[in-house]
Design a protein around this ligand. Structure first.
Ligand code: S3P
Length: 429
């Protein structure tokens, strides 16, 4: 573990950056390329640690994947082309890899074991192992299938109707991937709209899936065909620079190629509600994944309330939204966000603990946090806790701090944004 001394305040942020590929879509491009028939090409793939874990798992399942600086060539042979791995499948830090992979392996007639790092070992898996058992797969793990290591002996699956107890795209996607291999039609009721990249990807690969009201329907036994996937930039990565541009004095940042899927744009709604000077230039509006360029300027901001159905549309952005709120006039309340407790870290605790060290007026609640602004931040020694989004939020916070900030364990940032510091430095003037 290393630590990094970060730039202090009195700087402005100006210039243009191209946001790296979306993490959720990059994972799915590898998975769908592997379970489809034929040669899939992926461009603007995110070569972050999490997505590289997905590639390594699928290589262990017998799929040929060539990776060359963000471009992939995947030789898919259908679900039936996957073969029993000789090694334990290691998902590293990636919740998306393990949960979606469970859905794929549930229908495969062989044995596999899944493990990950310390953080993965604490994250709840019953939400996936429970419904997959109901579909007929032999799946188990520590504490009755609640935690890694997970073992699966897949096989014939029955379609089920399942009402998701939590709004989770990972759980929904695992059940869709199992449903594609099941006998009959699987229906999934989601309590709120969550990111729909899996559904869009199925259509891209020639499959069918529908949604009426909150119910998703998918038929088993579909044959998917290879596709060309161009991954848009990750709005969850762009979020750090959107916040930075809004709060650092005399700033104007252009963010190129940001994914604007409406299930992910909660951060834009919040910035607008708080009064940010944000311009959106939509450049790509195809049926796959919309994308566009964003321009953000230093803004005067007011507090807001973030709750309900907005939460799944910005769940990963809450750490940096908390920082944003420290620079807004008045009170910001974030509620209905208990899912934060089971992310890479307990993000209610890690956000509150680390921002307090820099002088923020922030308190944890049962399902979120309350922030009073506007506060001057000061220097200190802070930690990412091994969580990429906490690390990036703190690096952005350092731009506002009077005094030096030392960030412990900055390496975690490579999970989703390997060139984060290069981009940040290129904007500082
Ligand atoms: C993701 C879904 C979300 C999100 C995660 C990526 C996905 O998790 O927090 O970073 O790619 O499906 P949940 O489904 O647990 O909410």
């Amino acid at each position: 573990m290393t630590s990094l001394k970060l730039a202090t305040n009195n700087k402005s942020l100006t210039g243009e950056i191209t946001i790296p590929g979306d993490k959720s879509i990059s994972h799915r491009s590898v998975m769908f390329g592997s379970i489809a028939h034929g040669e899939t090409r992926v461009t603007n793939f995110l070569p972050g640690d999490d997505c590289l874990s997905t590639i390594s798992c699928f290589r262990n399942l017998g799929v040929t994947i060539e990776e060359n600086g963000g471009e992939l060539r995947i030789l898919g042979k259908g679900f039936e082309g996957l073969t029993e791995p000789d090694e334990v499948l290691d998902v590293g830090n990636s919740g998306t890899t393990i949960r979606l992979l469970m859905g794929i392996l549930a229908g495969r007639p062989f044995f596999s074991t899944l493990v990950g790092d310390e953080s993965i070992a604490k994250r709840p898996m019953t939400r996936v192992t429970g419904p997959l058992s109901k579909m007929g797969t032999a799946i188990d793990g520590r504490k009755n299938g609640a935690f890694t290591p997970i073992s699966i002996r897949g096989g014939k699956l029955n379609a089920i109707h399942y009402e998701l107890p939590v709004a989770s795209a990972q759980v929904k996607s695992a059940l869709i991937l199992a449903g594609l291999q099941a006998e009959g039609e699987t229906t999934i009721l989601e309590p709120a709209n969550t990111r729909d990249h899996t559904e869009r990807m199925i259509r891209k690969f020639g499959g069918k899936i529908s949604k009426e009201g909150q119910t998703i329907r998918v038929e088993g036994g579909q044959r998917l065909s290879a596709a060309s996937v161009n991954v848009p930039g990750d709005i969850s990565s762009a979020a750090f620079f959107l916040v930075a541009g809004a709060v650092v004095p005399n700033s104007e940042i252009v963010l190129k190629n940001v994914g604007l899927n409406p299930t992910r744009t909660g951060i834009i709604e919040v910035l607008k509600n708080m009064g940010a000077e944000l311009e959106i230039i939509q450049t790509e509006d195809d049926s796959f994944e919309p994308a566009g360029d964003l321009v953000i300027r230093t803004s005067s901001l007011n507090g807001t309330v973030i709750e309900g159905e907005l939460i799944p549309k910005l769940i990963d952005e809450i750490p940096v939204i908390a920082l944003l709120a420290t620079q807004a006039e008045g009170k910001t309340v974030i509620k209905d966000a208990e899912e934060l407790k089971v992310k890479e870290t307990n993000r209610i605790d890690t956000v509150v603990q680390e921002l307090k060290k820099l002088g923020a007026d922030i308190e944890a609640t049962e399902d979120g946090m309350i922030i009073h602004g506007r506060t001057k931040l000061h220097g200190g020694v802070v930690s990412s806790h091994g969580d990429h989004r906490i690390g990036m939020m703190l690096a952005i916070a350092s731009l506002l701090c009077e005094g030096e900030v030392t960030l412990e364990n900055p390496e975690a940032i490579a999970v989703s944004y390997p060139n984060f510091f290069t981009h940040l430095e290129s904007l500082i003037h």
